[in-house]
Every structure is written in structure tokens, then in C-alpha cells.
Design a protein around this ligand. Sequence first.
Ligand SMILES: [Zn+2]
Length: 162
Amino acid sequence: MADREGEKMLVRKIEEGTVIDHIPDWKSDTVAKVLRLDKLARMQADVSVAILQNVESKTLERKDVIKIDRWHVDEGDADILSLIFPNITVNYIDDWKVSKYKARVPDTIEGRIRCPELLCISNAEREPVAPRFSTVKKERMLQCRYCDTLLGFDSVPDQVRT
Ligand SMILES: [Zn+2]
């Protein structure tokens, strides 16, 4: 288990929190953005975040890992991550026990992602409505419920509201 050893050397196990594993190498910044990890600084003082980049995985491919001590990632955010990175795994840790969250591609996403169409009612300066998308799973696209504009899953990080 040499691969695991390398990871252990970098950061200890956590008792309580979230481990986001199998992030494609060097993509942890995107994950941090979707999860709005910068907001943790203001939300909870006792949260620690370890971001590991380009570590060896079991398959000897490289990956990024994010460990968040004392904070559980929102399940809706985990689902959005699974759109962008289908192979990502989100593990919740409680009392040292690991439970893998089964991320699912949601049918609709509300509020978290901006419509790329600037003229969309969800982008209106006055009285904007909350953005709503339906997922078109086969095409790996989101479709705006108001203006039908399509957004590829890969472009979600650019449109995520922070
Ligand atoms: Zn729209």
C-alpha cells in the first residue's frame, strides 16, 4: 500500500469531516470553488482544510484530494461536483468511520449556477428570479428553465455562484 503511505505522510486521518477523493490532478481549485471553501473562513473558526495535489492513487495515476476537518460538505454541492468530475468520491467521516456519499446527477439545480445568457430573467438586475436548470444527462448539459440556454457540465465551474 505504498500509494496510501504517501498520502498519510502528508496528512493525518480525520475524526470528523469530509474527504473528497479522486479529484483529477491539479483540479482541486475547481472543487474548492464549487464548494465555496473560502467562505469557511467566515463560517466556522475550527475548520481545517488540507488540499493535496498530484498525489499517487492506487492506479498509479495522479489525483488531488481535499480533506476538511470538522465540516460536512453539502450533499447538493457534492452532486454538482459529480456532474463536473464523474469519478470524484465524497466521503463523510463521523467518529473515524468513513461513509461514502452516493452522489447523483440531479434532475434540477436551483440557485447555485448562473445562466450564461446575460439577458436571461435570472440575470436581471432588478428583481431577478433564482436560476433554475434541468439536466440533460445524455448530453452532459444543463438547460435553463427560463431561456433554454444550454450549459455543458464542464462549464459549470465558470458559472457557479460564489
Ligand atoms: Zn437563462
